[in-house]
Design a protein around this ligand. Structure first.
Ligand SMILES: NC(=O)c1ccc[n+]([C@@H]2O[C@H](COP(=O)([O-])OP(=O)(O)OC[C@H]3O[C@@H](n4cnc5c(N)ncnc54)[C@H](OP(=O)(O)O)[C@@H]3O)[C@@H](O)[C@H]2O)c1
Length: 347
């Protein structure tokens, strides 16, 4: 298992990160714990959760359940140091968490205390803001994104306020590092600039959607990541399961994510199926499994620290592990880019 630095924190992570957002809905606790055992055995020591998980659906009564399930693993296995633990503070508008309150210095300490209690650990390794208060172009909002109404002074004041609160949490030993999610290049640059100027933890990572089917980070964000040592943590590197090919031809396998969320969060489009077919044909030409190709590609991009994949069941985790063996030749990378040109931004 390759390992990468997490920004300038001195923390190292495996190139694959275990996502946990189905822990407590599609993935029962025993299966989740079996995944954590197997992932560790295979060299994956980085997991990602969030105070609002599980999802599909998000329900008031299950808020925090994924963290609790991870915490029960720590309680029963007693191996806190085996994992680099990342979790997230929900952004503004998540009605089931603090009635949708925005992220502020008033919410940060309590949110961290609650996550620590559910996770049953003393310190969160990577504390992330799930999405910015001012909004985000992610989750298919890129098609009509309009930042013209933003208030720059208010955004910067919020960042300074939050950085100050985060630094106090670092000083208390409650968190080690700070990361963003669903952020833009400008937003990330401002967080970095304000931390340099006024103090506070430096952004270590940015968790945005990134996969063969969603390559928005390739341009401006990639440059920022490389120059500022901010590791991209691609989420949904299998495009929420689309890349496996199991939805081709309109199929909706029983129990699959699409059986819970029909549009797969706006990812179901005619062009998405065409792109998947093209990547499958390409993988076949190179003698690769498409899941392995997609995960290895996402994890090895030069600005990526670790790709956060999901496995609803243990056999999916087992399947994902095959990505570690894949060698990405120059010829394959060029062929992937050619398919991307033919099938850009399918959703
Ligand atoms: N920051 C954010 O806003 C954000 C957003 C989304 C996700 N995330 C993080 O990223 C993690 C991964 O997200 P994701 O689950 O969307 O990633 P993904 O790796 O793109 O999709 C994983 C899903 O694909 C299906 N799958 C995986 N392997 C398969 C196989 N071999 N055969 C058939 N189906 C397979 C499974 O769904 P089914 O079996 O249910 O169909 C699995 O849950 C999350 O757990 C979370 O930690 C963060």
């Amino acid at each position: 298992m390759r390992r990468n630095p997490l920004g300038r924190t001195g923390i190292e992570v495996s190139e694959l990160c275990l996502g946990t957002m189905t822990f407590g809905t599609q993935t029962p606790e025993a299966e989740a714990h079996a995944q954590m055992d197997r992932a560790l055995e295979a060299g994956i020591d980085f997991l990602d959760t969030a105070e609002m998980y599980p999802v599909n659906p998000v329900r008031a009564e299950t808020i925090g359940l994924s963290e609790e399930i991870v915490g029960n693993w720590f309680a029963t296995r007693g191996r806190r140091d085996a994992w680099v633990v990342a979790t997230k503070h929900s952004g503004e508008g998540m009605s089931h968490v603090r009635d949708g309150a925005p992220i502020t210095s008033a919410t940060i300490p309590g949110a961290i205390e609650d996550s620590l209690r559910r996770l049953k650990i003393d310190c969160i390794d990577l504390y992330q803001f799930h999405w910015p208060n001012r909004g985000s172009y992610h989750f298919r909002k890129n098609w009509r994104y309009d930042p013209s109404g933003q208030d720059r002074a208010a955004t910067r004041a919020h960042m300074e306020d939050a950085l100050d609160a985060l630094q106090r949490q670092v000083d208390k030993g409650n968190i080690r590092a700070f990361g963003l999610s669903n952020e833009s290049a400008w937003g990330t640059a401002e967080w970095l600039r304000l931390a340099d100027a006024a103090g506070g933890p430096r952004v270590a990572s940015i968790q945005n959607e990134y996969s063969l089917l969603c390559r928005m980070a390739d341009t401006d964000l990639a440059e920022l990541c490389v120059n500022e040592d901010v590791g991209l943590l691609p989420f949904s590197p299998l495009a929420a399961g689309l890349v496996t090919g199991k939805y081709q031809g309109g199929a909706v396998p029983e129990g699959s994510r699409r059986s819970h969320v029909d549009s797969l969060g706006g990812r179901i489009t005619p062009r998405a199926f065409e792109a998947v077919a093209a990547y499958h044909a390409l993988a076949g030409r190179f003698g690769l499994d498409p899941v392995h190709m997609a995960l290895a590609w996402a994890a090895r991009r030069p600005f990526v620290a670790s790709a956060i994949f999901g496995a609803t069941r243990l056999e999916q985790l087992e399947h994902a592990l095959g990505a570690v063996e894949v060698v990405l030749s120059e010829e394959l990378l060029e062929a992937i880019d050619a398919v991307h040109r033919d099938h850009p931004m399918p959703y």
